[in-house]
Design a protein around this ligand. Structure first.
Ligand code: CP
Length: 311
């Protein structure tokens, strides 16, 4: 299979083909075997990744670092830009140019949508978008969610995916939904309060790509159809305080909710989760957000780095 990702940036999933996704899945499967067998190898020896995180992160930051370590590469870990020359007023453009001189790939998270795309104009090295703004994307998250779903429902045929919560501000939801357009037999049901519905641009994109989707306000209407329940956090950082307080506690996923789900379904979450899933649900075998999904994130990021950095 031809590696079309080599040397390319990954700013949006919109440019990925079904072949690209299959390539990532196959490589991630290889990474899983590699890690289980011997922890990793040296295929990214002498390659350096700069992780430039202008916004907080636990998983994305540390799994990209771990992925690089497991493949023998080096990394520049900047996850607190308050401790860098950015606070002295250095421009984003200068920062990108400087780190491009040190690194073979830049992984960028930014509070404003469009900044990873902007970075590609200032550098000749590939840029991976690690989440941009309230209305941007999170391609590696979308890919790891898709990989996780595909592990359980091979080929992604005739399954129903219910996504619930703050769908307006969830960049992982945006990337995953766009990727699902590559799988024509999948049905998606978006469940959210009116104020937090998927954005108009995403709705237009999904319609243009003929994704089979519907929008709902009542989770009870659709919960029994879910093969996959993708739960999201209300993004307090992007919400008006009054609206957040009003919506806090809505769509709570508790034992009563998951009782209505199919026995062979799965529950995923991009994390961090706050109150939207009760502690008891974590112990249900269908809840894989703290275990398999997180682990898959590392395999998928290892695959992405390998495909981008190795022809
Ligand atoms: N899922 C995710 O992006 O988590 P972090 O914000 O911790 O990286």
């Amino acid at each position: 299979m031809k590696n079309n990702l080599f040397g390319k940036s990954l700013v949006t999933v919109e440019l990925l083909t079904k072949n690209d996704v299959d390539l990532v899945f196959n490589r991630a499967n290889e990474m899983e075997k590699l890690v289980k067998l011997k922890g990793g190898d040296d295929r990214l020896k002498n390659k350096i990744m700069a992780a430039l995180f202008f916004e907080p992160s636990s998983r994305t930051f540390s799994s990209f670092i771990t992925s690089m370590q497991r493949l023998g590469g080096g990394f520049i870990p900047l996850n607190n830009m308050q401790a860098t020359s950015a606070v002295k007023g250095e421009t984003f453009e200068d920062t990108i140019k400087v780190f491009s001189s040190y690194a073979n790939v830049l992984v960028i998270r930014h509070p404003e949508a469009g900044f990873p795309a902007k970075a590609t104009k200032y550098t000749n090295v590939p840029v991976i978008n690690a989440g941009d703004g309230a209305f941007g994307e999170h391609p590696s998250q979308g890919l790891l969610d898709l990989y996780t779903i595909n592990k359980f429902f091979k080929g992604l045929k005739r399954i129903t995916i219910v996504m619930v919560g703050d769908l307006a501000h969830y960049r992982g939801v945006k990337s995953l939904s766009k990727l699902l357009c590559l799988f024509s037999a999948v049905k998606v049901k978006f469940v959210s309060p009116r104020a937090l519905r998927i954005t108009d641009d995403l709705r237009d994109y999904l319609k243009a790509k003929s994704l089979n989707f519907s929008e709902h306000e009542d989770l009870q209407e659709v919960i029994n159809e879910a093969d996959v329940l993708n739960v999201t956090r209300l993004k307090k950082e992007y919400l008006d305080e009054d609206l957040y307080n009003k919506l806090q506690g809505s769509y709570l996923i508790d034992l009563n909710t998951i009782k209505k789900m199919k026995k062979n379904s799965i529950i995923i979450h991009n994390l961090p989760k706050i109150w939207e899933i009760t502690r008891e649900v974590d112990d249900d075998p269908r809840a894989i957000y703290l275990t398999k999904q997180v682990r898959n994130g590392m395999y998928v990021r290892m695959a992405i780095l390998d495909l981008i950095l190795n022809s």
